[in-house]
Ligand binder design. Structure first.
Ligand code: FPP
Length: 328
C-alpha cells in the first residue's frame, strides 16, 4: 500500500469518521501550529541516517496536513527550520535545504491540487538568509498561491520569534525614517501586523512533539492565548490519536482561553486609549475643554489608522516586489 493509499484508508475508515464527528460536535481549532520536534532522535532510535529522520518528518507533515484538512482546520503553521538551525553542521543544513528544494518543487508540481483547494502557502521567515535557489522556489510557491484563501499553510523557514520581532521593529523604524509613520503610530496592533504572520489569526492550538515542554523561539508573540499541547512522541511517530488528544485538550480549555483572550483584547484597547489620552493632554495645546478629549481621541485614531494602513500597504508591496524579483 502506498503512503497516499494508507492515508486515505485511515481517512475513509468508519472509526475515523466517527471520531471526526464526535470531535466536530465541539470547537475545532481554526488555526493549529506544530513544533515538529524529534526527527534526529527518531533516526537514532531506529538506527537510520539522520537525514532519513528529516525525510520521515516531512512525510509526517504531509499526513498531518491531510488530517487537518479533513477535520476542518483551515490554517496550519509549522516550524520547519529555525534561524538557530543554521548553526547545525554544514552537512545537516545542506541536507535540510536539499529536502526543502525537493518539497517546494513538488508543491509547484501540485499546482492544480493547490489551486483547486484554494490553499495559500506562505513561507514565513528571513528570506535573505536562504540560499538563492531555495529562495527562487519559495518565491514561486508563494506567488503562485497568493490569491488563494480557502486554507492556509504557513511554513516557518529561517524563522525565529525574537528575530521576527526585531525585524518588525526595524520595519517600523524605517517607516518613521521615511516619513510614513509618526512615533505615536507605534502600537501593539501595528507591531503585530509587521510580524511575518501579518494578518494571520493567532494559533488556537500549538502542538509540540518529543516531550520537550518549551516554545524554542516559535510564535512567542502569537501564542499568548493558544492552547499548548506537549505530546510525548517523536515527530515521525505523531499519530492521528495524538492530534485528537490535542484537540480534546483544546476543547476542554476552550472557554477559559476564549475569556482570557477577550479580556486581553479589551485591555489592549483600553491601554491604547489611556496612552492617547495622556499624549493629547500633554501635547495638544488646542485642547480648551476636557470634554473635547473624546472627539480629539477619535480624530487621532482615525488619522493614525489611515497612516498605518498606508504604511502596511507600502510594506506589503515592497515584500511582494522583492519576492517577485526571484520569479523567472
Ligand atoms: C526538529 O527535529 C525538526 C527540524 C529541525 C526540521 C523539521 C523539518 C521537517 C519535518 C521537514 C522539512 C520541511 C520542509 C518544508 C523542508 P530535530 O532535528 O531537532 O530532532 P531532535 O530534536 O531529535 O534533535
Amino acid at each position: 500500500m502506498s503512503d497516499d493509499d494508507e492515508r486515505s484508508s485511515i481517512a475513509n475508515s468508519w472509526f475515523w469518521s466517527l471520531c471526526c464527528r464526535v470531535l466536530k460536535a465541539g470547537h475545532i481549532p481554526k488555526h493549529a501550529a506544530f513544533i515538529m520536534d524529534g526527527n534526529r532522535r527518531f533516526a537514532k532510535k531506529m538506527q537510520y541516517e539522520r537525514q532519513q529522520g528529516h525525510v520521515l518528518g516531512f512525510e509526517k507533515l504531509a499526513e498531518t496536513l491531510d488530517w487537518c484538512l479533513h477535520l476542518g482546520i483551515k490554517e496550519v503553521t509549522v516550524y520547519a527550520f529555525s534561524v538557530d538551525n543554521f548553526k547545525r553542521s554544514k552537512e545537516e543544513v545542506e541536507g535540510l535545504m536539499e529536502l526543502a528544494r525537493q518539497k517546494f518543487s513538488q508543491v509547484l508540481q501540485k499546482r492544480e491540487f493547490i489551486m483547486k483547494h484554494g490553499i495559500r502557502v506562505r513561507v514565513l521567515g528571513d528570506h535573505s538568509l536562504l540560499p538563492k535557489d531555495v529562495l527562487e522556489q519559495v518565491a514561486r510557491v508563494v506567488t503562485m498561491s497568493r490569491d488563494n484563501n480557502n486554507a492556509f499553510l504557513n511554513v516557518c523557514f529561517a524563522y525565529s520569534s525574537q528575530h521576527e520581532m526585531t525585524e518588525a521593529v526595524k520595519r517600523m523604524a524605517t517607516g518613521i525614517e521615511e516619513g510614513l509613520l509618526q512615533p505615536s503610530d507605534i502600537t501593539e496592533d501595528l507591531l503585530e501586523q509587521c510580524l511575518y504572520t501579518e494578518d494571520s489569526p493567532p494559533p488556537d492550538l500549538l502542538i509540540r512533539t518529543s516531550g520537550e515542554v518549551r516554545l524554542s523561539d516559535f510564535l512567542l508573540w502569537q501564542s499568548s492565548y493558544s492552547c499548548l499541547s506537549f505530546q510525548d512522541v517523536l515527530w515521525p511517530e505523531f499519530s492521528v490519536w495524538n492530534l485528537f488528544s490535542a484537540i480534546l485538550q483544546y476543547q476542554k480549555n476552550y472557554k477559559s482561553i476564549s475569556e482570557a483572550k477577550a479580556t486581553f483584547l479589551t485591555q489592549r484597547r483600553n491601554n491604547q486609549l489611556e496612552v492617547d489620552r495622556n499624549y493629547l493632554l500633554q501635547n495638544d495645546t488646542s485642547l480648551a475643554h476636557p470634554h473635547e478629549l473624546d472627539t480629539k481621541i477619535s480624530e487621532l485614531e482615525h488619522t493614525r489608522e489611515k497612516r498605518q494602513r498606508e504604511f502596511l500597504a507600502h510594506l506589503h508591496h515592497k515584500q511582494q516586489t522583492y519576492l517577485e524579483s526571484f520569479v523567472h
